[in-house]
Design a protein around this ligand. Structure first.
Ligand code: HEC
Ligand code: HEC
Length: 473
């Protein structure tokens, strides 16, 4: 039965593809066929995004979404109550922070105006990786989180996920996005603060996440104390079947609500490309279609990795992306980031990072796992000759608030010829000769991945949050 059903689906897909091919072939006539262009490139186009691609078919309880929105913007989830999720994933900065590397707790200000703080509150280091955008992460296929995929499904774990918390990760998390929301609060640099500053930072530094006085228990205790009309207690009881009184609130409930908010607010599947795939051929300009052809054909070969409905295969590749920042503690001096190897322990995975989605890519500079490219064209051109691009990388483009000691740390990896050679040696992306015209068309296509409803996200910001803490950064 199910076999027959999928055969039928496949046939329907085939018919749709054929119709699409005919339309596309008409439109690209005149761009000049070149050797190596795969005539069947349109078969690489994904099917249109549908509700069924998202967790709970894209339907979320509005009360849960509102709760998640307030939690996302509430600094009460940070040890020193001075930073929220939104500080690094803000609607005014494309759900990122506009910086190459974030400034965590202790910094002040928002986006590219954020500073590194002052006095004893000043940050000790930069966050070692770029804050990725949060677009479409409520889609079921995004089961792998972080640049190195250290959150991923694992049926052999009680929670259903492998994560840095191992067996401590609670059961009852809705999806990978909810699992992810368990972790920023446990990081001293991101949200918890330095040991000695507050009791959450103390237990976070000791690695106590799930204990009776661990990070998650202490945060739940804070939320239980915010009662009264419009407070958290009232909302958690209304939203969760297994919360009947303040005592039942756990941090995992907060994580599920946050994930519901992220999924609904930043679902972005109405770009010109989406409209085109749904049959509205005029949604994309001719130059965007030309770029699409380069992207999906063996001319650009981009879709060999940036495949599927969200332009990612969620796989891991070493493409010689430059590194910057203090690193993840890897390598002889600790200033490297080994990427996927950190998760698998397999040296073959060294410097491999997850293929990022390219949805709304024009809205989310800087690019790369350490934000080393400040503009889209440089990020695209890097792929054309990754090794050359690595060796000629100019770190002056690294968009970070300056501080001499941090700047020195930023440059360590790229100033170490042995490290640069090692990153180059591991590159697994073959050089491609694209003309300037072709690169310009690729950028045209990438711009067709911008959902216009994400150009104005001011409504995602709540007016106030239940803790009463300020929304200002
Ligand atoms: C100090 C900045 C900072 C704060 C605060 C912060 N994040 Fe992040 N976020 C990051 C960075 C950096 C990464 C990538 C880390 C990595 O891959 O190792 C990330 C990754 C993510 C991802 C994974 C995206 C992907 O494509 O895999 C999600 C989702 C996310 N953060 C949501 C949140 C939520 C929810 C909160 C609050 C509970 C939060 N972040 C707080 C900086 C921050
Ligand atoms: C071999 C697989 C592979 C191919 C082929 C590939 N990419 Fe990528 N791409 C990646 C990976 C992996 C990253 C992230 C690398 C990192 O951060 O270390 C990336 C990053 C990017 C980024 C930056 C995204 C961000 O959010 O930081 C852009 C833009 C991009 N690719 C566009 C393209 C285009 C256009 C093509 C075709 C010319 C292409 N890619 C071909 C694997 C690939």
């Amino acid at each position: 039965m199910s076999g027959e059903y999928s055969m039928k689906q496949k046939r329907q897909q085939g018919v749709r593809r054929l119709a699409l091919a005919a339309g596309v072939a008409l439109l690209v006539v005149g761009t000049g066929a070149q050797a190596g262009w795969n005539n069947g490139w349109w078969n690489n186009l994904p099917a249109p995004v549908a509700d069924a691609d998202y967790f709970a078919n894209g339907n979320q309880d509005p009360a849960k979404v509102k709760l998640g929105q307030e939690l996302f913007f509430d600094k009460v989830l940070s040890g020193n109550m001075n930073i929220s999720c939104a500080t690094c994933h803000h609607p005014l900065a494309g759900t990122g922070d506009g910086l190459a590397l974030p400034v965590g707790e202790g910094g002040r200000g928002l986006g590219v105006t954020r500073d590194t703080g002052s006095g004893s509150d000043a940050v000790h280091e930069r966050v070692p990786r770029n804050a990725p955008p949060v677009f479409n992460l409520g889609a079921n296929e995004f089961s792998v989180m972080f640049h190195d995929g250290r959150i991923q499904p694992d049926a052999g774990m009680p929670s259903g996920f492998e994560s840095p918390a191992g067996m401590d990760l609670p059961e009852g998390l809705d999806n990978a996005l909810a699992v992810q929301a368990m972790f920023p609060v446990t990081s001293g640099t991101e949200m918890a603060g330095q040991p000695g500053e507050n009791t959450i930072a103390d237990v976070a530094a000791a690695g106590d996440l799930a204990g009776p006085n661990g990070v998650w228990a202490q945060l739940a205790e804070r939320l239980r104390g915010i009662d009264g009309p419009g407070g958290y207690v009232e909302q958690f009881i209304a939203v969760f079947d297994d919360v009947n009184s303040a005592d039942d609130i756990e941090y995992r409930h907060a994580a599920n609500a946050i994930a519901a908010f992220e999924a609904v607010a930043w679902r972005a599947d109405d770009s010109p490309f989406d409209r085109f795939l749904r049959g509205k051929r005029s949604a994309m300009s001719l130059n965007q279609i030309r770029g699409m052809r380069i992207f999906y054909s063996n001319r650009g070969n981009c879709s060999s990795c940036h495949s599927g409905k969200f332009q990612t295969d969620l796989n891991f590749y070493a493409i010689a992306m430059p590194q910057a920042g203090g690193g993840k503690g890897d390598g002889m001096f600790g200033y490297e980031d080994f990427g996927r190897e950190r998760v698998t322990g397999n040296i073959a995975d060294r410097y491999r990072f997850r293929t990022p989605t390219l949805r709304n890519i024009a809205l989310t500079p800087p690019y790369g796992h350490a934000g080393t490219y400040d503009d889209l064209e440089s990020a695209v051109r890097h792929h054309l000759n990754a090794v050359n691009s690595l060796y000629s990388y100019d770190i002056s483009q690294l968009r970070v608030p300056p501080r001499p000691d941090l700047n020195a740390a930023d440059a360590q990896a790229m100033n170490d010829p042995a490290v640069v050679d090692a990153i180059a040696a591991r590159s697994e992306i073959a050089p491609r000769n694209l003309t300037d015209w072709e690169v310009a068309r690729l950028i045209d296509f990438l711009n067709a991945l911008t959902d216009p409803s994400m150009l104005d996200m001011r409504d995602d910001v709540p007016v106030q949050v239940p803790s009463g803490l300020t929304l200002a950064e």
